[in-house]
Design a protein around this ligand. Sequence first.
Ligand code: URA
Length: 430
Amino acid sequence: MTVYEVIDAKKRKDELTEAQLRFFVRAVADGSASDAQIAAFCMAVLLNGMTEEECFVLTDAMAASGERPARPPVTGVIADKHSTGGVSDSTTLVLVPVLCSLGIKCAKYSGRGLGHTGGTLDKLESFKGFRVGLTAEEFAAQIGRVGGAVAGQTEHTVPADKRMYAVRDVTATVDSIPLIASSVMSKKLASFADVILLDVKYGDGAFLRTAEEAVTLARLMVRIGARAGRKVSAAVTNMDAPLGDAVGCNAEVREAIAVLGGKKNALAELSLYLAGKLAEQALSLPEAEARARVAEAVASGAALNKLAEIVAAQGGDARAVYDPSLLPLAPEKTVVCAEGTGVLRIAARKLGEACLLLGGGRQHAEDGVDHTVGILLRKRAGERVREGEPVAEVYRRGAAEEALARVRAAFSYPKDYAPPALVYDYIRED
Ligand code: URA
């Protein structure tokens, strides 16, 4: 068998056999498949699709392509949550401490921001000294000691996905449902969480634009998880407008801390909804009781204190959890005012792109990030605004003309507009 033959078969719309898929993934992981061959394979899958059986085998082979960290010797279930990527989405920073404070262990491998989407690892590095590069042993030990850890996957976990994702990113092959499903689920199956909640986003600021595509992806990932013996559920959620009122690392960390202190907005609503769904499964509780416990974890301050504990455990300056001045915003500020009168509509993708242009995101995986730049919204999507009213503040270094233009272009003022419901669907295999 050759890599060429596998690509050729997919090009001809054949259903690939288990042997062909495992051969291809081995060739990706050991370097014998070239980037050009990976690109051709991914484009053939994007155009011709995959059966569920093919997708399951591809995921399983990718999950087995590297090291699998050992499960720490803890009692009770271990939970994990994964979002397919969005703008102003700091749900992990809220959800993990909430769950840990309820005694639910959390093993969260997160990623860096890419393109217009923000990354949890970049946000955590807003805490001076925070180490995202834990070894598998440190990661497991922290889950036992503190209850949870959030870190980047090591070089050796799921190497097949690392190569395939890097190639997809530059060959317009990210938005393929079987490729997204195998990429996300291979990383979940390579780790040891028992209960996994996927936040599958759709809309302007997400990789998938329609709710129907997101539901298809969510169902596929839930079934892949079930076949692998994991409890996987998925929330399909809207990402037309940014989730919170802040875009940019320090600004988003401040906002997550505010939500743990009781602030109410869409970020709080979604984070606590997702935490409730995980608590329901992890503690086998009725939905209402799970939600009540989650609310109490915030009201009592236990979740906020748990965030400080996790930050300190990973070497970060936990004083910032109680003192936002340790998460500074960039020194130059521009207030952006409404250029029309109507109902505010906000395009999340443009704000994410603006943050990237300000230096707050990365265009290439190896780029650095300015944690202090960002955007604070003064009005939310769906609010009535009058021309001239302030709608946002942009924190920048230097002129940033292009970023400011992108921020202005993110706002429109239709006469009528109702933002879509935050949660479109919830999918669980019972
Ligand atoms: N997130 C992933 O991990 N992989 C994808 O393909 C898309 C989003």
